[in-house]
Ligand binder design. Structure first.
Ligand code: PMP
Length: 376
C-alpha cells in the first residue's frame, strides 16, 4: 500500500535527501567534514533569512527550545510566555523546570496573540526581558503576526524568541528584516528531513544576553557551540548534515518565496475543501502549515484519523490534549504537492461518508482544485 504523510511532522522526505544520508560516515574532525558542515551552516542562513550563525543540535526541536530558555533567562527571572496551544505550553513548562518566573499570556487554544496583548504584557512587566512565542502553533493550526510583534521589541532591550519548529520554510519568516531576536526550529517539518536535528539562531542583541547568562546547563550551552563553530562541540549527526546540505540545495532551487507561496496555496485549498464539505475550521488565524478542522457533531475525530491511516494510508494528525475529541489536523507541510492535498481530501471524503456524515463525493476535491486552478 502506498502511504502519504499529511501530518505536521515528521513530513515526507524527498528521495534525494534520503540518499544524501546514505553515504560513508566520515570522522567529524576531518578537514573534509569541516568543509561540508561549514558550507551547510552558511547556506542554512537562507532558511531563516539571516546573516547570523545557525547552530545545530543533535536533538529534536524541543532541545532548541530548552537551549533558548537556559541561555537567555536565569532562574528566578521573569519571562513572558504566550500560551495558546500545546507548544506555548511547552515554553511554559521548560521555563518552570528551570525556576523561571513565568508571566503567562493565556489565550483560548486556537487564538492568535495580538501585538496589543504583547504590548500590554511588556508594559505591565517591565522587568521581563525575554518573551517566548510560537510562530505556528501546530496543535491548533494557528499563525501569529510575528512581523508586527517584532516591531514592538526591535529597538528595545527585550528579546523576542519564536518557536519556528513547524513554520520554518512554510510561513514567511524574515529574521533580520523583521528583527526577531531568536528563532528555534527542527529538521522534520518544512526542512524536509527526518527528525533528529534542531536549530537555533540568535542576533547580536540576544547573544549579549547569552554571554551574561548563569542558568545551569551543559549540552545546550551555546558558548561551546560558538567556540567550536562551524563544528559541533560534541559529535555532530554527520549523515544528517549531508542530508541538510541536500535539502537546503533543493529549497534554494525552488526558492524560499516560491515555497512560502506553495504552502499558502495548499493551505487555502485545504481550507476551501473542508468548508465545501460543511466542516468548520478550528483556528481563528489559520496559516500555511496545518489545517485544524472541528469534527462535526457526532463524528469522533479519532475515528477519522484511524480510518484515514489504516484504510487509505493517509496519516493526518488528531487533536492533542483536550482537543483529542474535538479536532483533526490535515497538514500541508514540506515536500508536499497539490496531489498530496487532493489525495488527503478524497480520503477524508471517503472516511466521513463511512462514518455516516453526509458527503457529496468530489465536493471537497473540487473546491481544492478551484483554488489550485485560480492560483495557477
Ligand atoms: N514546537 C512546535 C510548534 C512543534 O510543532 C513541535 C513538534 N510538533 C515542537 C515544538 C517540538 O518539536 P520536537 O517534537 O521535534 O521536539
Amino acid at each position: 500500500r502506498k502511504n502519504f504523510i499529511m501530518a505536521p511532522g515528521p513530513t515526507p522526505v524527498p528521495p534525494e535527501v534520503l540518499l544524501a544520508g546514505a553515504k560513508e560516515t566520515i570522522h567529524h574532525r576531518t578537514p573534509q567534514f569541516l568543509k561540508i558542515i561549514e558550507q551547510t551552516l552558511e547556506e542554512a542562513k537562507y532558511l531563516f533569512q539571516t546573516s547570523n550563525r545557525v547552530y545545530v543540535f543533535v536533538s529534536s526541536g524541543t532541545g532548541a527550545m530548552e537551549a533558548a530558555v537556559t541561555n537567555l533567562v536565569n532562574p528566578g527571572e521573569k519571562a513572558i510566555v504566550v500560551v495558546s496551544g500545546k507548544f506555548g505550553e511547552r515554553w511554559k513548562e521548560i521555563c518552570q523546570a528551570y525556576g523561571i518566573n513565568v508571566v503567562e499570556i493565556a489565550l483560548e487554544w486556537g487564538e492568535a496573540v495580538t501585538p496589543e496583548q504583547i504590548e500590554k504584557a511588556l508594559k505591565e512587566h517591565p522587568d521581563a526581558k525575554v518573551i517566548f512565542t510560537t510562530h505556528s502553533e501546530t496543535s491548533t493550526g494557528t499563525v501569529i503576526d510575528l512581523e508586527a510583534i517584532a516591531k514592538l521589541t526591535k529597538d528595545t532591550d527585550k528579546i523576542l524568541v519564536t518557536d519556528a519548529v513547524s513554520s520554518l520554510v512554510a510561513e514567511p519568516l524574515k529574521m533580520d528584516e523583521w528583527g526577531v531576536d531568536v528563532v528555534v526550529s527542527g529538521s522534520q517539518k518544512g526542512v524536509m528531513m527526518p527528525p533528529g536535528l534542531a536549530f537555533i539562531v540568535l542576533n547580536k542583541k540576544a547573544w549579549e544576553v547569552v554571554l551574561k547568562n548563569k542558568c545551569p546547563k551543559y549540552y545546550f550551552d551555546l558558548r561551546y557551540y560558538d567556540e567550536n563553530y562551524p563544528d559541533n562541540p560534541w559529535t555532530p549527526a554527520v549523515n544528517m548534515i549531508y542530508m541538510l546540505n541536500q535539502s537546503i540545495k533543493m529549497i534554494k532551487e525552488e526558492g524560499i518565496e516560491n515555497i512560502w507561496n506553495r504552502h499558502r496555496i495548499l493551505g487555502e485549498a485545504t481550507r476551501s475543501a473542508v468548508k465545501a464539505l460543511g466542516l468548520e475550521l478550528f483556528s481563528k488565524r489559520p496559516g500555511n502549515v496545518v489545517t485544524a478542522v472541528t469534527a462535526p457533531q457526532g463524528i469522533d475525530p479519532k475515528k477519522v484519523t484511524k480510518i484515514m491511516r489504516d484504510k487509505y494510508g493517509v496519516t493526518i494528525a488528531g487533536g492533542q490534549e483536550h482537543l483529542a475529541n474535538k479536532i483533526f489536523r490535515i497538514a500541508h507541510l514540506g515536500y508536499v504537492s497539490i496531489f498530496d492535498t487532493i489525495t488527503a481530501i478524497s480520503a477524508l471524503e471517503f472516511t466521513l461518508h463511512e462514518l455516516g456524515y453526509p458527503v457529496t463525493f468530489g465536493k471537497g476535491v473540487a473546491a481544492a482544485m478551484e483554488v489550485f486552478n485560480r492560483e495557477g
